[in-house]
Every structure is written in structure tokens, then in C-alpha cells.
Design a protein around this ligand. Structure first.
Ligand code: FES
Ligand SMILES: [Fe+2]
Length: 363
């Protein structure tokens, strides 16, 4: 008896606004989402805003140096508190000038003393669960969520081994690429390399040996997809590599379900992907590039530019075409190519992702 085929996810998962809404209220509000890097706010009072699952949030560094994340909303009559990035001594609401400590407590407000029974100490900004993962700040709107080390077992230590200087890193550059596709189309495209040999000549010739590319969906456990590959001979690399550092010759990436990935290029070069879903038909993917203390680096700038002009651009064309195709009346979800040996020409990782995607919507 032959095993039944595993078919790709029904098109409605990518095109139905009701499913998108369900994901926003459920999955994206209950999983760890990347907010930013702590080195974006190195000084007391520094803050930046960001959106998760349709909610405006901000991260701010307190007088005790602790980075906290709050919903970006005043506890008086709901004006938003801050926008963009900045530095402040106290958080002052623009509407009626209520002011909050950097740790979230209400500090003062015009004429509040005249209100009998007004308990200033009871009023505080609503905080959001956050974790510092080697300087990368993640949030989870679910206060009861399991910690990141439970979701992504082993990853913290593995990354530290690949990027020994990770504690010194700060962002050099963010590159954003808006994509007219459902976020899951983009995530799936990121998570397989079945399309790489035919679509990514630079990546496949300049960085990795595509024939060795592999994603073992169950290796290491948790909600993680680890991509491993051998690299092209290091003479072919477009930048110098200090081979005395452990893992200097290796490539690995760690995709953390649902919307983030750490990548380590040869030479222990860390870069990241993260996504935001805007609506059922649109998302943005960001590439993050890092150097020690965020110091200028021509090598990293060139890598980033080359990546934007090749792999990222190539992927945009692919995912936008797929998203249009998912709306075609002529599309019947095809069988995934599941090679029992995995390998670059297999879609095991897609089967895993689609399992998580189905689970998130249908329980
Ligand atoms: S809404 Fe913020 S002070 Fe009134
Ligand atoms: Fe790709």
C-alpha cells in the first residue's frame, strides 16, 4: 500500500480575509514576534515603536537600564503616546499631557489631584511580555506563552557558537521589501531551496553548494527549521574570512516559527529576516545586517546590496506570482515533493510549515 500524497495547503488559507483575521487574533498574538534590537535604544529613555498583530507597541529603556515593552496607548482616553523613535525623560501623552515614568507608572496629569479617589499608583501602561535573545528583542502578546527556549530549544546556544561575538552586534542596516502576497507565501518560499538552483544563481554559486542544501524539519525539535549547507570553496567568497574562528566556514540558518530567521553566513556573518503581515494580500520582509557596535563595514554593505538585488528581488517576483496564482480558479493544490532522504530537492519543510499553519487556524 502506498502512503497518501501530502497536498499543499488549500488556496483559501492564503486568500480568505476571515482566515487572516483569525491568524491576527490567534497565531500572531500568541507567538514570539521580533520587535527590534536592543542597540537601537542604547541610552536611558530611548524608544522605538513597532506593530505586532495589528497592535502598536513601543520598547523603551528605563532608568534601571531594563528594556520594557508597552502597548502604545494612554490610559486616560486612548491617545497614542509615541511614534517612530526618540529619546525622552518621561512619556508624555500629546492629548492632555498625562505623563508616565519610563517604567510605565503614571507620574502626573493636569488637575488630577482635584479628583477625589484618583489613585495615581494604580494607573500604569499595559506591559507586553518580552525576551532579550542575544540582544534581539522579541515580544509575545500572550502573557501565558511558554518562554522562547521552550519554543526554540537549543537555538540560543547554537547561535552563540556560530556567532561568538553576538553580544557586541548592533544593526548596521535594515532593508525592507514590501511583497504583494500573503505572509505565508513568503515564509514558505523562504523555507525551501527546491527553487534555488533555478532562481537564485548568485546565492547558489556565490554562497552555498545547492546540492548539499538541507532542511531537516525535525532536527533539534521545537518550532524551528534549521537550514544547513556546505559552502562554495572559500576562495569563491566575495569577502575575506578568518578561518581560525570556529564555524567560520559554515552556513546555517534558524527559522523561528512564524516570522523570524537568524542566518549565519561564512565568516560568522549574522543577518536576519523578519516579516510583518499587513493584510491578507500584503506583507513586508526585512533583512537585518549587523556588525560589532554597528560599525561601518564595506563588506557587509556590499553583501546586503548584492542580496537585495539578487536573492530578495528574485524572491519578490516568485511570491507575487504565487499569490496571484492562488486566486486562480484553475488551481488545484498539488502534491508536495517529499523525498524520503530530504535534501535540497525536497519539500519536507513545507509539509511541516503547512502543518503549523493548519494547526493555527483549525486547532
Ligand atoms: S488621552 Fe492621554 S492624556 Fe488624555
Ligand atoms: Fe528564494
Amino acid at each position: 500500500m502506498t502512503a497518501p500524497l501530502t497536498r499543499s495547503l488549500d488556496a483559501r488559507y492564503y486568500t480568505d480575509p476571515a482566515i487572516f483575521e483569525q491568524e491576527m487574533q490567534g497565531l500572531l498574538s500568541r507567538t514570539w514576534q521580533f520587535g527590534g534590537h536592543v542597540q537601537q535604544i542604547p541610552e536611558v529613555g530611548d524608544y522605538f515603536t513597532f506593530d505586532v498583530a495589528g497592535q502598536s507597541l513601543f520598547a523603551i529603556r528605563g532608568r534601571d537600564e531594563v528594556v520594557r515593552v508597552f502597548y502604545n496607548v494612554c490610559q486616560h482616553r486612548a491617545h497614542e503616546l509615541v511614534s517612530g523613535t526618540g529619546r525622552t525623560r518621561v512619556v508624555v501623552c500629546p492629548y492632555h499631557q498625562w505623563s508616565y515614568e519610563l517604567s510605565g507608572g503614571l507620574r502626573a496629569g493636569p488637575n488630577i489631584k482635584s479628583v477625589e479617589g484618583f489613585e495615581r499608583d494604580k494607573i500604569c501602561l499595559t506591559s507586553v511580555r518580552c525576551e532579550d535573545f542575544h540582544g534581539f528583542l522579541f515580544v509575545n502578546l500572550d502573557n501565558d506563552a511558554a518562554p522562547m527556549d521552550d519554543w526554540y530549544p537549543g537555538v540560543r546556544a547554537e547561535i552563540a557558537a556560530y556567532v561568538p561575538h553576538i553580544a557586541e552586534l548592533a544593526p548596521l542596516e535594515w532593508v525592507d521589501a514590501p511583497e504583494r502576497c500573503n505572509w505565508k507565501v513568503s515564509i514558505e518560499n523562504y523555507s525551501e531551496c527546491y527553487h534555488c538552483p533555478s532562481n537564485h544563481p548568485t546565492f547558489a554559486e556565490g554562497v552555498v553548494k545547492p546540492e548539499t542544501y538541507d532542511i531537516q524539519p525535525d532536527a533539534g525539535g521545537g518550532y524551528v527549521l534549521r537550514h544547513v549547507t556546505e559552502c562554495q570553496c572559500h576562495e569563491k567568497m566575495t569577502y575575506p574570512i578568518d578561518m581560525s574562528v570556529p564555524h567560520a566556514g559554515d552556513y546555517q540558518s534558524w527559522f523561528l516559527w512564524p516570522m523570524f530567521s537568524f542566518q549565519c553566513y561564512p565568516g560568522n556573518v549574522l543577518n536576519t529576516y523578519h516579516w510583518r503581515a499587513h493584510d491578507v494580500d500584503n506583507c513586508t520582509v526585512w533583512r537585518g545586517w549587523f556588525t560589532p557596535q554597528g560599525a561601518e563595514s564595506e563588506v557587509i554593505r556590499n553583501l546586503s546590496l548584492q542580496d537585495r538585488n539578487t536573492t530578495v528581488a528574485e524572491d519578490i517576483t516568485l511570491v507575487e506570482s504565487v499569490h496571484r496564482g492562488l486566486k486562480s480558479r484553475g488551481y488545484v493544490p498539488g502534491p508536495l515533493v517529499l523525498d524520503p532522504n530530504c535534501g535540497v530537492m525536497s519539500e519536507h519543510s513545507i509539509a511541516k510549515l503547512q502543518h503549523w499553519m493548519r494547526e493555527a487556524v483549525s486547532g
